[in-house]
Ligand binder design. Sequence first.
Ligand code: A3P
Length: 274
Amino acid sequence: PREKGWITTFIYQYQGFWYSPQILSSVLACQDHFQAQDTDVLLITAPKSGTTCPHNLVHFLESQLYFEQVIPNLASFTSPRLFATHLPYHLLPMSVKDSGCKLVYLCRNPKDTFVSFWHFANKIRSKGTGEIPLEECLDAFCRGTSPFGLYWDHVQGYYKASSEMPERVLFLRYEDLKEDPHVHVKRLADFLGCPLGKQELMDGTLDGILKMCSFDSLSALEVNKSGELSIGIGTNWFFRKGEVGDWLNYLSVEMGERIDRVMQEKMHGSGLKL
Ligand code: A3P
């Protein structure tokens, strides 16, 4: 099946999730050819949940490596390799599931994720095509016909995996990271097997990490101010506000209620609160 897309003319459904034709090719290449190593770490998000890092350090599987080449040469990557992806859990390459590599899933509340996506889609679509109507974009988001498919299915796939395999899948929330970064970065360090000891907590190592990863520091890096990804997107487009609750500035009460209804329907009984 295909549907109208915002960024490309059409998007196509593959195994329950939606992709532009270009990204779908690289998703397939990645599924066929990516060989995970036990020491790999994958940072996974639904689009616009805060994946952004300097892309030269954290290579994106389907929108960078397998977008540029069907079989990219990963020989120069030193271990532990760090990759980012938006792939839904059930579409991960088999080697990821079969290996002992670790998955870090970052989830953001759907309303801010949607508003961030709407801004991003407006930026990257062809010039002169006018602003995407917010209502239409929301309709696609709620039906799941926006890039990488239904947000709630994406989140649930990893939430379930993190409950079943907590040693392999860490489920983090954007809002928790913003509210209490010390606690959650410590959790991340523990999960990755490099716990922060008393020394690192006392000597400013943790504070240094938090400062480096802050919105202000990352967005000020030259690579994120003037870089361009191979898919033709400026790296600065990934940094807008980086705030919790910005949706209040964009969504009407009815729009917020629509998201709440889908959320209730989709998350009912999952034990996950977003
Ligand atoms: P906003 O559009 O709400 O500002 P992604 O990297 O998955 O494309 O997500 C981009 C969103 O994450 C943007 O949200 C961006 O500002 C936010 N973001 C990126 N880096 C961040 C950081 N270090 N801290 C907080 N938010 C960040």
